[in-house]
Write a protein that binds this ligand. Structure first.
Ligand code: GSH
Length: 212
């Protein structure tokens, strides 16, 4: 049943909020967009900091509920609209695996990619959430290579939106090697109408950001 509470999406292009925009397009639900000029300091206004004290997008408000963090927002939305079939039900045996990979992106892959870009190597890999790059990348290649055609199997889920966005970002910026497993999977993402819709709607904002 559609939610009666108003959904507002705080978005910036380009940014991690692109993941949430894709998710919203997959769900095909009504929402209001508020563009936040994060590069111009709009994330630091008292009004926005009251929603997200880090001053970051993505952020959503759903009625009086505020959700921040891309993966948490996508998880929240998938559970809010179970009829879209983007998340296994709470008692589905696949739920554990779903949550594992959904949160693997921000808690494990992203810190690894950031350390990689900054050329930071911890002396003791047990201090890293991702252990080390050499251990992590084959795990990603194996998981993505087994997509059939989606990461959780036959059904497209929120894991594809969140994990898929991270893999896509990593390959696009040359952080992750362009393994065929990644490229084949990214081509599937690119063919999704909802992904294309989000890109098309964001295109003018992207052009403006690049021009500015
Ligand atoms: N952990 C957050 C990170 C969000 C984040 O870093 N957003 C960036 C854009 S990609 C941002 O809003 N930056 C503006 C700023 O820090 O002022 C998430 O996963 O959603």
């Amino acid at each position: 049943m559609p939610s009666q509470r108003n959904l507002t999406f705080y978005h910036a292009v380009p940014s991690r909020s692109g993941t949430v925009h894709w998710m919203l397009q997959e769900l095909g639900i009504p929402f209001d967009v508020k563009l936040v000029d994060i590069r111009g300091g709009e994330g630091q206004t008292p009004e926005f900091l009251a929603l997200n004290p880090l001053g970051k997008v993505p952020t959503i408000t759903h009625g009086d509920t505020v959700v921040t963090e891309a993966a948490a927002i996508c998880c929240y939305l998938a559970d809010l609209y179970p009829e879209a079939g983007l998340a296994p039900a709470l008692d589905d045996p696949k739920r554990g695996e779903y949550l594992r990979w959904l949160f693997f992106s921000p808690s494990t892959i992203e810190p690894a990619m950031i350390d990689r870009v900054r050329q930071y190597t911890a002396e003791d890999s047990s201090q890293n959430s991702y252990r080390d790059w050499e251990t992590l990348v084959p795990i990603l290649v194996d998981f993505v290579g087994k997509a059939d055609p989606w990461l959780m199997g036959k059904s497209f889920t929120t894991v594809d939106v969140v994990f898929g966005s991270t893999i896509r970002f990593g390959c696009m910026f040359g952080i992750l090697p362009k393994y065929p497993e990644f490229e084949t999977y990214i081509a599937r993402i690119d063919a999704r109408p909802a992904y294309q819709r989000a890109q098309e709607l964001d295109a003018p904002h992207f052009a403006a950001a690049m021009a500015g």
